[in-house]
Design a protein around this ligand. Structure first.
Ligand code: FES
Length: 366
């Protein structure tokens, strides 16, 4: 392995310790964690509604990182407030800690905001936004709704929100407050899968058939300018399919996945898996060159040489590990984070990329 020092070209966002100001219980298994962002760090944590934060914690010597969507608005950050929603997942190291033990006054290492689940807001615009969300998928949508309705007085938002029970609805109060503030511009539709509601249409899973029925009776997709889909893989895929059936162009749909639970990616041909590759990575203006097995992922191998490399989900959904492929070819096992134009420009998710060529150059500064 060789390491070359070059003149730094660009500093990547760094983790910063942030003090927890409040921990609000939202449901039995979810909390909202608010950080106090000091004046000097506000430029670093400036964000667009819909983005997420990466937090990290050392657990038994392992650097555990997770991404959580921001539920507060950019206007809240002007007052030093930055809030995320955390729902406990089975076996989740950070989510268990956050929902059971985290206290005001504690400090958490936080990476500045990332993510493409955003839109350009303009006070002069009149748009109809709509979101189809399940469970904790409401977190970035809450920020999008509150921000869009405040910034664009002529726009309105429809939210189709699926949960199991009324008691498992995250941010129920915040959503009700927004509905009170914008009674004519927020159309909020709760769908509950395990609790009967008065309207049969709203009782059951927010699946493809129910979406078709909702589009027939309550929401005309042809009136919507931009869609936001957020939640588990099945819900997002199903919603995409129904939107395509209704003639919604792909460019009008933004998606954010929290975790992917479908089958593992298909195995690669044995000849692709055999042998080694020489990989050069550029990070913070420094290059490092190392050899790795071709059946490994670039991120996993590169972390042995450069432990400061950026990553969070390791599942192809958050884009934290994004880098530009400058030389060589890779196969990405999954990509739920990069937009088609980013892929066309040569960007890859290094947590999902394995070498297809003997030499690779991957630029994290690009
Ligand atoms: S670490 Fe999340 S996409 Fe690679």
């Amino acid at each position: 392995m060789t390491v070359t020092i070059r003149k730094p070209v660009k500093r990547r966002p760094q983790f910063h310790p942030l003090r927890v100001s409040t921990v609000d219980r939202l449901t039995d298994d979810a909390v909202a964690v608010e950080f106090a962002v000091p004046d000097e760090l506000r430029p670093a944590f400036a964000f667009r509604a819909g983005q997420h934060l990466t937090v990290r914690r050392l657990v038994d010597g392992e650097d555990v990182r997770r991404s959580y969507s921001i539920c507060s608005t950019p206007m809240d950050l002007d007052r030093g407030r930055l809030r995320i929603g955390v729902r406990q997942v089975a076996g989740g190291t950070f989510s268990s800690y956050a929902t059971r033990a985290l206290q005001p006054g504690d400090t958490v290492e936080v990476l500045p905001p990332l993510g493409h689940f955003v839109t350009d807001l303009d006070p002069g615009r009149r748009r109809h936004y709509a979101a189809i969300v399940g469970g904790s998928g409401i977190t970035p949508v809450l920020s999008l709704v509150a921000t869009a309705l405040a910034v664009e007085p002529g726009s309105w938002f429809t939210v189709l929100y699926g949960n199991r029970y009324a008691r498992s609805v995250m941010f129920a109060e915040e959503l009700a407050d927004l509905k009170d503030r914008y009674p004519d511009r927020l159309h909020l539709i709760h769908v509950l899968s395990r609790e009967a509601q008065e309207a049969e249409l709203l009782s059951g899973r927010l699946d493809e058939d129910r979406l078709r029925a909702l589009f027939e009776m309550l929401v005309d997709p042809s009136t919507v300018d931009e869609w936001f889909l957020c939640g588990p893989f099945g819900l997002v895929q199903g919603a995409r399919k129904v939107l395509v059936e209704h003639g919604v162009p792909e460019t009008a749909v933004r998606t954010e996945l929290f975790h992917v639970t479908e089958e593992p990616p298909p195995p690669r041909p044995p000849e692709e898996e055999a042998g080694e590759a020489e990989v050069t990575i550029l990070l913070d203006g420094r290059t490092s060159t190392f050899r790795m097995a071709r059946d490994e992922r670039v991120l996993d191998a590169a972390l042995r040489v450069r432990p400061e490399l950026p990553f969070a989900c390791r599942g192809g959904v958050c884009s934290t590990c994004r880098a530009k492929l400058v030389d060589g070819e890779v196969r990405m096992a999954r990509n739920y984070a990069l937009e088609p134009d980013e892929v066309a420009a040569g960007y890859v998710l290094t947590c999902q990329s394995s070498p297809l060529t003997e030499h690779l150059t991957v630029d994290y500064d690009g």
